[in-house]
Every structure is written in C-alpha cells, then in structure tokens.
Design a protein around this ligand. Structure first.
Ligand SMILES: [Zn+2]
Length: 380
C-alpha cells in the first residue's frame, strides 16, 4: 500500500495557477489547472511577469464584434501578451536554451513549415497567431490547441524560436514592455534606413509612440516631429531629446501644415502612425500629408477603417504606405541587445505592477494619465 501511495504521489500531474476567462464580459478566474510539460523543440517558461494591454477589458468585450474573422482563443482561455520569466524545462530537441535562462516570450506563433516561416517572415504565415491574445484567421484555432497558454499563468509552453534571452541589465518589469518596443522597432525598419532623416510620429505620447520615439533616437533619426493631443505629455516627449524632437498638438491645427512649415515646405522623409483601436483616422490622414516626395508611411497602430489614400498623390510623389504587424524573434533579439548596450534608455519608462491575484483590477485599472511613459503589468 505504501509503495502505491508513493508511486501515485510521484506520478501526480503537476498543477499550476492560471487566470482564465470563461466568458467574454466576465472577470477572469484564478484556478488550478494542469501544468504544461516540455517536449520536442518546445520549452516551458515559469512566468514572472506579463505585460497588460491597456484597455484589455474593453478590447476583449468588443473584439468578436469588431473583428469576427480574427478569433479569440477558445474559452476557458489564458490571455497575457508579453510574458517574461525563467525557463523551467526544455524539450529533448533543445540544445541552445537551458533551465534558469531569463527570457522574454515572443507571443507570436506560426506553422514553422511553410515558405513564409522558412523565409524568416512568420507574419506572412497562414497560421500566424498571438498566443494569449487573438489569431489572424481561423487557422489560429489549430495553433491554440498546441499553445493554449498566454502569460497570465505560472507556466507556459512556447516554441524555442519564440524565446528572446534577456540581458542582465533588463529586469522582468521593464522586459514586459518588449512587445510594444519591438513593434515600434519593426515598424521603423520598414521605413528603410532612417539615419539622418526626418520622421513624423503620430500618437507620439502613447504606448507605441513613446517606444517609436526611443527607437528613432537610438537608430539615428535626425529630427522627430512628435504629434499628439495633450501638451503635458508632449513636453515629456520633447524632454527625451530637446535638440532633436519638435512637438505639436494636433488640437491646435494641421500636422501636415506644421511639418511643412518646419521643413521649408519640403515635408518629412517618413511618418509612422501609432494610434489605437478607437482613434479617429482624421489624425492619420492629416499627418501622412506631412511627408514629402518619396516619403514612406507605416502604420503600426490598431486604428481601423478606410484611409482614403489618393493614389494619384501617391504616384506623383512616389509615396509608400504599408502596415507592420508586431516583430520577429530576431528583431526582439536585436532590441534587447540595444538595451544591453545602453543604446536605448529604459529608465524613462515607469512600470506599474499588479499582483497576479489582482488581475481583474489590472485589466480594468489601466489609465491613460501617463500615456506611454507607464508600462502596465501583472507580477506572479
Ligand atoms: Zn508557416
């Protein structure tokens, strides 16, 4: 009998705590569920903290109405987009990562087997999916079966190609900001080499906008035209590099006219738009006309709708317009190396953390008072 008892204790399934959403509109429930185990090329990460998407409660409540073609994970679901932690376990095929490694988990998953994945552009994979958030088409449901955990739980499974090892000078709290910073970095790269060039940042005071500003400074953009509404937060953006950043409140007039005034009529070399899901497109339409001939425009924000792009204007002026979704794990590695070397000053971002037990307060508690200077997260 005693042998049996001991055996059953040893083979008992390890459990973990997870915050799960059973129904959209309901609070998340913290419950004990089976802990995932590593196999193959996957790793298990013990989550230490996870970033909180500002306005997540509102996003989840409306997502399936706004974007019915982009599925949320099946309920009960574990959300959590920007997890960081320590590798707890590695699959038998893993050679370059080990238990104890401090890591960021890139939440994007793809099939790993198609032409896009093999080419290093997983965003173009038909299975591209945000673990712990939403998928880009119905194929994501197959991915959610393989990778059901976001970061709002104690242990999550991830493929080894999603892992970004963290440098010693980047703590877990700051590292939960990597999703927004990586999105800013990948968007800037799509503008082409920007060294010595000028850039309009529309929505410069928001979570993405502050990230774009830091990355633009780090990558040699000579002059930044930072545009937003509120003067107070714009002053904080200006203070990041007063000689290189000029600010404009688009409550006071046209961004395009202001930028042309600032550039002797020529316009800026590029514009990046960062506005969020509920923003009007008027700000985007105005700001994009501040780019000059040969200008490049990239959208990394969640704003939606028909832009009304005049293709004759685009042709006459050789204007490029593109979207940029998230970033690759390789870009995440480049980003943390810039942080390791001090090229990006993370100290301007202030973390605001909730305990895991208070996750429902966190989901509803994100305020926009500090704009993009605050990073919101949950700590395990
Ligand atoms: Zn693929």
């Amino acid at each position: 009998m005693s042998m049996l008892t001991q055996d059953s204790r040893h083979t008992r399934t390890p459990m973990m705590r997870a915050a799960r959403l059973h129904e959209v509109g309901q609070p998340m429930v913290i419950e004990e569920i089976e802990r995932p185990r590593a196999a193959g090329t996957d790793v298990i990460v013990e989550v230490k903290a996870c970033g909180m998407v500002p306005n997540l409660a509102n996003v989840l409540a409306n997502w399936e109405t706004w974007y019915p073609h982009e599925p949320l994970p099946p309920r009960p679901a574990i959300f959590g987009l920007d997890p960081v932690g320590v590798i707890a376990e590695v699959g038998e095929q893993v050679v370059a990562l080990a238990p104890g490694d401090r890591v960021y988990v890139n939440p994007t998953r793809s099939c790993g087997a198609c032409h896009a994945c093999a080419s290093g552009v997983p965003q173009s994979c038909d299975h591209w999916t945000f673990a712990g958030y939403f998928g880009f088409n119905r194929n994501s449901l197959a991915i959610y079966e393989k990778y059901p955990q976001g970061g709002f739980c104690e242990f999550m499974k991830a493929p080894q190609n999603a892992i970004v090892p963290l440098p010693d000078n980047l703590d877990f709290r700051q590292a939960t900001r990597l999703g927004y910073l990586g999105t800013a970095y990948a968007g800037l790269k799509k503008l082409g080499p920007m060294t010595g060039k000028t850039l309009i940042i529309d929505g410069a005071t928001g979570t993405l906008g502050v990230g774009v500003t830091l990355l633009a400074l780090a990558t040699g953009v000579s002059r930044i035209f930072a545009v937003a509404r509120g003067a107070e937060l714009l002053a904080r953006v200006k203070a990041l590099a007063p000689d290189r950043i000029d600010t404009f409140s688009n409550l006071s007039g046209s961004t395009a006219e202001w930028v042309r005034d600032q550039t002797g009529g020529r316009g800026a070399d590029a514009m990046i738009d960062t506005l969020g899901a509920v923003a009007s497109l008027d700000s985007f339409k105005d700001a994009m006309h501040g780019v000059g001939r040969g200008g490049r425009i990239v959208n990394i924000g969640g704003t939606a709708g028909e832009l009304g792009f005049d293709v004759k204007w685009g042709m006459d002026n050789s204007i490029g317009l593109s979207g940029s979704a998230w970033f690759t794990t390789a870009e995440g590695m480049e980003l943390v190396d810039m942080i390791r070397c001090g090229v990006i000053d993370m100290s301007v971002l202030q973390p605001k953390a909730w305990a895991f037990e208070d996750i429902n307060a966190a989901i509803n508690g994100v305020t926009s008072g500090d704009g993009g200077f605050t990073s919101y997260l949950v700590e395990m």
